[in-house]
Design a protein around this ligand. Structure first.
Ligand SMILES: Cc1ncc(COP(=O)(O)O)c(C=O)c1O
Length: 443
């Protein structure tokens, strides 16, 4: 089978029929950029209902790290479904949940004893983190960063500041949330260069928010993405995380690392925090943890997770099928996929940087492992955002058989399953170049 292989007009007839039904009955709030209707998938290859074969560079929004339907994950799931599907960890015990909590405790970059709370989605992991921080510190305020995405439930949404459309019509937001500029070093909010800066962007937190708006002893937590995901795959300078950690410790403020997108091996390390030597108090995990089954974990310092029985729970959170899928996922990641993300990610990054040298439309290439962003600009000096061009490139790549998503206003995100081979990475880059040629010719 050649990959990718587009055999019909897109969408094909079966896809078009399903999309027409979807349009009538499914929530219009979803943001489908192109008409891909899934039939099956294996590894980094997916097939639509009309038999068109695509390379998947989106992994179901950075979820299917082990690839589609990895046999070890499928086996674990099948083994569990024959025993029992559900019991609710809220009111009963089952070993898969305990085993996963033990594994997470040994794995996360949180110093000392660690406990885990189980939910079903990234937003829920962050809701739990927010509630836990308030409960433990007896403080109410939270600081988050502009451009961040932490989820869409009302607590998490108050911290999310990725795109206004995600907040529009839903106010008033949860009070007590303050936003600061993120360390976007390509567009430094204070006009400095990362090699010589002292993370001066954090002066806004230290000299403005904590002086003019809220007393540090009333701030429960700072929530930060170690690498900003939906905001554009933005990698901050190491000193940003170092200074943020020092600042939070100084004031007894908890540091919550939202690793929902950057975690589970995607960056070539189990957690992106490891690239920065960052040791948070709480980590939110979801997306890649169970290869596609719904599961989230809020892992925290055991002394911080001191809430009483009844304080927080979820009927479905930590479902046994998801827990065994997570255990199998972690094993597959440790047995080679994290390394593959590092190696193939470095190859992909080199090839994208070579394209950057050729096409002025590519302003910046950044990332770690297989979490790579390419920011498109109309002019490298003014850095005018190439928004429509980015959208066109997504379409042109789809037409040629690559599923890719945008991130932020004008970046593309390369977030394939971590099983991607170098040959597949090359195919993605070749198709990206074809799309660049079309879009550059048009503009
Ligand atoms: C960093 C981050 N946090 C939280 C979320 C929310 O996750 P979910 O959509 O599973 O609620 C996302 C989703 O994209 C994310 O990227």
């Amino acid at each position: 089978m050649s990959v990718p292989e587009i055999k019909t007009a897109l969408p094909g007839p079966k896809a078009a029929a399903i999309i027409a039904r979807d349009k009538r009955r499914v929530s219009p709030s979803y943001t489908r950029d192109y008409p891909f209707v899934m039939a099956k998938g294996q590894g980094a290859v997916v097939e639509d209902v009309d038999g068109n074969v695509f390379l998947d560079c989106a992994a179901g929004i950075a979820v299917t790290g082990t690839g589609h339907s990895h046999p070890a994950v499928v086996d674990a799931i099948v083994g569990q479904v024959h025993k029992y599907l559900h019991m609710s960890g809220t009111d009963f015990y089952y070993e898969p949940q305990v085993e996963l909590a033990e594994t997470i405790a040994a794995m996360v970059p949180i110093p000392g004893e660690v406990r885990s709370f189980f939910g079903n989605s990234g937003a829920e992991a962050n809701e739990a983190a927010i509630k836990m921080a308030r409960y433990h510190t007896k403080r109410v305020n939270i600081i988050a960063f502009l451009g961040s995405f932490h989820g869409r439930t009302l607590g998490a949404l108050a911290l999310t500041s990725s795109r206004a459309v995600q907040r529009t019509g839903f106010g008033p937001m949860m009070p007590g949330v303050f936003h600061a500029p993120y360390a976007n070093c390509y567009r430094c909010p204070v006009g400095l260069k990362p090699d010589t800066c002292q993370a001066e962007c954090l002066n806004f937190v230290e000299d403005q928010i904590l002086v003019h708006l809220v007393s540090p002893d009333e701030v429960a937590a700072v929530m930060v993405e170690p690498i900003q995901g939906e905001g554009g795959y933005v990698v901050p300078a190491k000193q940003f995380h170092e200074r943020l950690r020092a600042l939070t410790k100084q004031h007894g403020i908890l540091l919550i690392a939202d690793e929902v997108q950057s975690g589970m091996g995607r960056t070539g390390r189990m957690f992106a925090c490891e690239h920065f030597g960052l040791e948070p108090d709480i980590i939110s995990i979801a997306k890649g943890i169970a290869s596609g089954l719904p599961l989230s974990i809020t892992a925290a310092r055991a002394d911080v997770m001191d809430w009483k029985p009844g304080a927080h729970a979820s009927t479905f959170g930590g479902n046994p099928v998801s827990c065994v899928a997570a255990m199998a996922t972690i094993k597959v990641l440790k047995d080679g996929l994290i390394k593959n993300a590092e190696v193939v990610g470095a190859h992909l990054m080199n090839r994208l940087n070579a394209l950057k040298a050729k096409y002025p439309l590519i302003g910046d290439v950044r990332g770690h492992g297989l979490m790579i962003g390419a920011e498109l600009v109309r002019d490298r000096v003014t850095k005018e955002r190439a928004t429509t061009e980015r959208d066109q490139i997504v379409q042109e790549m789809f037409k040629r058989g690559v599923l890719i998503l945008g991130a932020g206003r004008n970046a593309l995100r390369f977030a394939p399953p971590l099983v991607l081979s170098t040959d597949q990475a090359d195919a993605v880059v070749d198709i990206f170049e074809q799309a660049l040629k079309v879009v550059t010719r048009k503009s």
